[in-house]
Design a protein around this ligand. Structure first.
Ligand code: FAD
Ligand code: NAP
Length: 338
């Protein structure tokens, strides 16, 4: 089951070539348990892998990469909605489409997010005003050190903006094996994002008579119009989180840059990182194999299939420049390995 010296290029959407000392594709809980025991006995670090759409391989990985390929999902009707139980290796977008095709609403704003179900809680995936935590019930995960299964509630996961306990204190300590969601029986479309509103207006769709499938279709078409498909132009989606700043910093920036794009986030402000990078002059630039996407400055691309270090070096330059120009610190969203 365990292969050695495997190139992870087909397993990450930035198409970075980096070798993993060991690699295992696991399709059952028992195989996962065995893979973890293999790593434990040899004191190897592990790299849990879904679709590889939110990682940067900065060099060869000296441990065991585990591709979590557990399959199966069910939709169970309840008194007031539907329970969704999905194994970690299922494709996220396919699950979204399976729900909307049954007329079930709740996940449609999250259509076309690449990757697997098991990775969705890691950064509490979100798009167009909906986050995984809005539909989340619980998850099952295998503890790396013991191979035992544990259940996590939403509270245990400590979800926040593009973050969870699995990016913090429990980083790489658990392998998520199953995610359980709940779709409310009474559905209401969430189409407040300007891009969605504009799309609906252009299509002459009545915002009060939408179906979940129509919202999913709108999201898919908007995303396809501006986001590079990783198959064609390797990328890891938004490379930076939108920074959250206090009111004083926001007011200072707004006075200097009246067209600043920002949104209220409680008593703080979320700045559009893409606007900051664009305004700092990075949109569309190329640096050898890597660059910044022409239509969305938040997306770093790797059309020349360069090394992960080229991507992270470009990211560092952008962070420094945005800080020098706006006094705002950008934080990368994908996780770096090793
Ligand atoms: P991977 O990249 O394989 O893994 C991501 C992290 O999770 C790694 O640290 C990995 O070790 C860990 N991990 C993976 N599986 C498991 C598991 N079973 N158990 C424990 N840890 C695990 N994100 C959004 O939030 N919103 C978006 O709208 C969005 N759009 C994107 C668009 C594009 C074009 C791209 C390329 C990316 C986008 N992303 C978006 C980022 C990414 O798709 C999500 O974060 C997604 O959930 C990652 O899934 P994955 O299976 O590819 O994870
Ligand atoms: P967009 O619609 O051009 O909007 C730019 C930014 O403004 C987004 O980052 C979004 O924040 C914020 N925003 C827009 N309208 C908002 C509102 N009404 N309330 C609060 N915040 C608002 O963004 P985009 O790049 O095309 O992406 C569209 C959606 O897909 C966004 O939600 C984005 O997060 C998601 N996406 C994520 C990734 C990723 O890799 N993480 C990649 C592609 C797209 P938020 O990002 O907080 O939503």
């Amino acid at each position: 089951m365990i292969e050695t010296n495997i190139d992870l290029q087909p397993h990450n959407t930035l198409a970075v070539s980096a070798r993993s000392a060991h690699f295992a594709r696991v399709q059952t809980l028992e195989q996962l348990r065995e893979a973890l025991a293999f790593a434990r006995e040899r004191q190897l670090p592990i790299l849990p892998l879904g679709g590889g759409s939110n990682i940067v391989l900065t060099g060869d990985f000296p441990g065991l990469a585990i591709q979590v390929d557990l399959r199966g999902f069910s939709l169970i009707a309840g008194d007031s909605g539907y329970s969704v139980e999905a194994a970690a290796g299922e494709n996220w977008h396919q699950l979204v489409m399976a729900t909307v095709q049954k007329g079930l609403g709740g996940l449609e704003n999250l259509a076309l997010i690449p990757g697997k179900i098991g990775a969705a809680p890691i950064q509490n995936i979100g798009a167009y005003g909906i986050e995984l935590c809005d539909r989340f019930v619980s998850l099952q995960a295998m503890e790396v050190v013991s191979g035992t299964l544990h259940e996590f509630s939403a509270q245990d996961c400590a979800f926040s903006y593009r973050d969870s306990v699995f990016k913090g204190s429990l980083r790489d300590k658990y392998i998520i094996t199953q995610v359980n969601l709940y779709l409310p029986g009474v559905w209401q479309a969430h189409v407040d994002y300007p891009a969605l509103r504009q799309y609906l207006a252009e299509q002459n769709w009545n915002a009060n008579a939408l179906t979940p499938a129509q919202v999913a279709q709108a999201v898919i078409e908007i995303r396809n119009s501006k986001l590079p498909l990783p198959d064609r132009i390797p990328n890891a989606g938004s490379f930076f989180k939108n920074p959250i700043v206090d009111n004083t910093s926001y007011q200072t920036l707004k006075a200097e840059h009246p067209d600043l794009v920002a949104f209220a986030a409680g008593d703080r402000w979320k700045l559009a990182a893409g606007w900051l990078i664009d305004r700092a002059g990075w949109r569309g630039i190329r640096r050898n194999a890597v660059g910044v996407h022409e239509l969305q400055a938040l997306v770093l691309i790797n059309p020349g299939r360069g090394a992960g270090s080229e991507v992270t070096q470009l990211a560092e330059e952008i962070v420094e420049d945005v800080h020098a120009k706006f006094g705002v610190s950008l934080e990368p969203e994908p996780r770096y390995y090793p």
